[in-house]
Design a protein around this ligand. Structure first.
Ligand code: HPA
Length: 242
């Protein structure tokens, strides 16, 4: 089994994972945001990709999502687990919480968001944007490392890089969104177009704009992700058991 993991660079060193090689790819969509790091663990091949590039320099709207997902396909990856940092819109959510969304809303614009923009026209079914089997595996994996966790919810994806206004967050809540982030789209669409099973694990790093009086800083987001790094590593490690 070949499993792709998209996240930050802090994820790489997992106890027991045997590093194999760094794989640098270039494909017809350009250069993926970083090298793919290949590991072996319990009979599985893991390929890690840093979505924001080395040193976290690529903003969400500039990520070459098409090159990234196409690269996974070229490596033979059939399952992708994507980790994302999100703001909590739903009042139940607190920083440090983990949610495995079961649906999503796309508010991005101007991103290269399909492989079907040349001679071929095709409309994928996207009623359920995430792979249910992979979500189940992930839920078991998350339960084993963290008792406070939400097994469903709706992710709304904004274009960024600016954060939202308070009115936008109120509107998103009325639309049915529980969490807000900037990187799920078009990543999840592209994976479906290439028939790769994709699921997302979102880590709540902050209360969404206007739901708290505190001002959000990028440092806060990175800090909460860092604090949750060990848990995320364990979630990845436990996948092979589920
Ligand atoms: N909004 C959008 N993206 C985010 C947030 C947020 O509050 N937190 C982490 N990524």
């Amino acid at each position: 089994m070949k499993i792709g993991i998209i996240g930050g660079s802090g994820l790489y060193e997992i106890d027991g994972f045997e590093f194999v090689e760094d794989i640098e790819l270039v494909n017809r969509y350009g250069k993926p945001t970083d090298k793919y790091k290949k590991f072996y663990f319990e009979g599985c091949e893991f390929y890690f990709l840093n979505r924001h590039g080395h040193g976290h320099k690529i903003p969400p709207h500039k990520v070459n999502y098409r090159a990234n997902i196409y690269g996974f396909k070229e490596l033979g990856v059939e399952h992708i687990i994507a980790f994302t940092a999100v703001g909590g819109i739903n009042r139940l959510l607190k920083p440090g919480d983990i949610l495995i969304p079961d649906n999503a809303i796309d508010f991005t614009s101007g991103r290269e968001s399909t492989y079907y923009d040349e001679e071929e026209i095709y409309h994928i079914d996207f009623t359920n944007p995430f792979c249910p089997e992979l979500r189940n595996v992930l839920a078991k994996s998350v339960i084993s490392v963290k008792e406070r966790f939400y097994e469903k919810g709706t992710y709304i994806c904004t274009n960024g890089p600016r954060l939202e206004t308070a009115a936008e967050i109120r509107a998103f809540w009325n639309l049915g969104a529980d969490i807000v982030g900037m990187t799920l789209f078009p990543e999840c669409v592209l994976a479906r177009e290439l028939e790769i099973c994709y699921a997302n694990v979102s880590v709540v790093t902050n209360f969404a704009a206007g739901t708290t009086t505190e001002k959000l800083t990028v440092n806060e987001v990175l800090e909460v992700m860092k604090q949750n790094n060990e848990k995320i590593k364990l979630i990845v490690k436990n996948i092979t058991k589920n």
